[in-house]
Design a protein around this ligand. Structure first.
Ligand code: GLU
Length: 493
């Protein structure tokens, strides 16, 4: 069991676009860990690589968290005791840390030009050696370096000890050790005076009193560098939790086609935040055999130490199934409201908004068992909103029992229209009884007649329950549509 000391944890996205779901899963686990331990969840914007910045990212990032209900206690928009939470506004802190490292001989200025570095890289490649800075400026005496810095471009590099090894504690892996000679003197401050991620996160995680650094395992190889920086600055090291990636079915990188979308794209595609949260949480983490777990339940049982080291596979079918589960569990009124809001997005512009809620409530019970995604609603119910449903092509009617039976099919539709026109009661039971009697009268099977009626009235072969739908469409339009279909078929008979 992980201890229940309140954790201070952070989600530290870079503003390089919409966070994709792998990254969002890290945010979910981090948030759950904070909530499980009664700690704090902090959002920090890591915008030190100004060349990669995509405008509007911060809004999309915060929008994704908000949609998923991942509330934050401190962050760029709300501030907090360690504000600002945007790295580009914290440059003084990184400069101060760099000055200290320089003064204490743990860092040095490097004047190598991009051309020189390029040449070095090519040489290393040709000699089949590992890439990395070789330390050319490492031993320039500091007075000389300071003088050169007045009119030359430079970066600041961390002076990695040439000997010994460094061990990082990872909560999931235990100690991870590397030989220092395999690490090169990495850049901590770039020539534009912005820090690299390495320095910035070490300074910020310390200043913000972060207890656990939860991040993707693409950062694991850099973790020893970070540990050396913490030590050189005499900062206590945080605990690391490097989580594995999500793989595509069949292995390999998760592509857009397989689900590597952003959280907001999932929202647009008709998913519920609770379902996506639940699904992502149990993709690579588990609590016994439980699968459908409410937010509250997840907070209660979330043990970060149970994150699996084996990369999980993205299972789109499971996500859809889970989304359907969440939809079906929802109280009917709430569900109708969701349907209405979704239809207000999806219905053609000529349908007046806002939609009549009580009308949506009428058909909600008819379709709730049939949908997995909110985007499934429109194709099931669009005919309720059309004053005219064009008769589908005649050949669609003339299948199975009605194949090559145009005259019989037209006759059946005509009989259904007359019988329905004659009844006073217009409820589902009466409709069904009437049409069953029609079928008997014309010597057809009820099911065969119903499929003709369904196609004529709704324009489709798969719909919510037929008789309830006909009640919603109303007697006049139903009879008209049956007659129109009859006429269309007679024209070719
Ligand atoms: N800005 C880094 C990223 O987006 C954050 C890594 C971390 O959480 O420390 O990958």
């Amino acid at each position: 069991m992980t201890s229940i000391t309140p954790a201070r944890v952070r989600y530290a996205p870079s503003p390089t676009g919409d966070p994709h779901i792998g990254n969002i899963r890290t945010a979910i686990w981090t948030w759950l860990y904070a909530r499980h331990t009664g700690g704090q969840f902090i959002v920090r914007l890591e915008d030190t690589d100004q060349t990669r910045e995509v405008p509007g990212s911060l809004e999309r990032i915060l929008g994704s968290l908000e949609w998923l209900g991942l509330t934050w206690d401190e962050g760029p928009d709300i501030g907090g005791p360690y504000a600002p939470y945007v790295q580009s506004q914290r440059l003084d802190l990184y400069h101060a840390a760099t000055d200290r490292l320089l003064a204490e001989g743990n860092a040095y200025r490097c004047f190598c030009t991009p051309e020189e570095l390029d040449e070095m890289r090519k040489r290393q490649q040709a000699e089949k050696r590992a890439p990395g800075y070789e330390g050319r400026c490492r031993d320039i005496p500091s007075e000389i370096a300071e003088a050169r810095a007045l009119d030359e471009h430079f970066v600041v590099r961390f002076k990695v000890p040439r000997e010994g090894s460094t061990t990082v504690e990872d909560l999931l892996r235990g100690p991870v050790t590397v030989e220092n000679r395999t690490l090169d003197d990495f850049v901590i401050l770039k020539s534009d005076r912005f820090p690299t991620y390495h320095l910035a996160h070490v300074v910020d995680d310390t200043a913000m009193k972060i207890t656990h650094v939860t991040r993707g395992d693409e950062w694991l190889p850099s973790a020893p560098r970070h540990a050396l920086l913490f030590d050189a600055l005499r900062y206590p090291r945080p605990m690391y939790v490097h989580n594995p990636v999500i793989l595509a079915p069949g292995g390999g990188k998760l592509s857009k086609r397989h689900g590597a979308k952003s959280a907001l794209e999932y929202a647009e595609d008709g998913y519920l935040p609770d379902a996506l949260l639940n699904f992502l949480c149990i993709t690579g983490w588990g609590h016994g055999d439980e699968t459908v777990m409410s937010r509250q339940r997840l907070i209660e049982v979330f043990d970060i130490g149970n994150i699996s080291l084996a990369p999980a596979t993205f299972d789109a079918e499971r996500l859809n199934w889970m989304n359907g589960m969440y939809l079906r569990q929802m109280p009917e009124r709430e569900l109708a409201e969701l349907f209405a809001r979704r239809l207000e997005i999806d219905l053609p512009a000529d349908v007046p908004r806002p939609l009549d809620r009580s009308f949506v409530e009428e058909f909600t019970p008819l379709i709730r068992e049939r949908i997995e995604l909110l985007t499934d609603v429109l194709p099931l119910v669009d005919f309720y909103y059309q004053s005219e449903v064009p008769t589908p092509p005649v050949e669609q009617f003339l299948t199975k029992r009605w194949k090559d039976q145009a005259t019989a099919a037209a006759h059946a539709l005509g009989a259904a229209a007359s019988d329905l026109d004659a009844i006073g009661e217009w409820d589902a039971e009466t409709l069904e009884a009437t049409l069953r009697a029609t079928a008997t009268r014309i010597d057809a099977k009820a099911g065969d007649l119903f499929s003709l009626v369904r196609l004529a009235v709704t324009g489709k072969s798969v719909t919510p329950p037929l008789f309830e739908s006909m009640v919603i469409v109303g007697v006049g339009p139903c009879v008209d549509r049956l007659r129109a279909a009859e006429a269309a078929i007679r024209a070719v008979a």
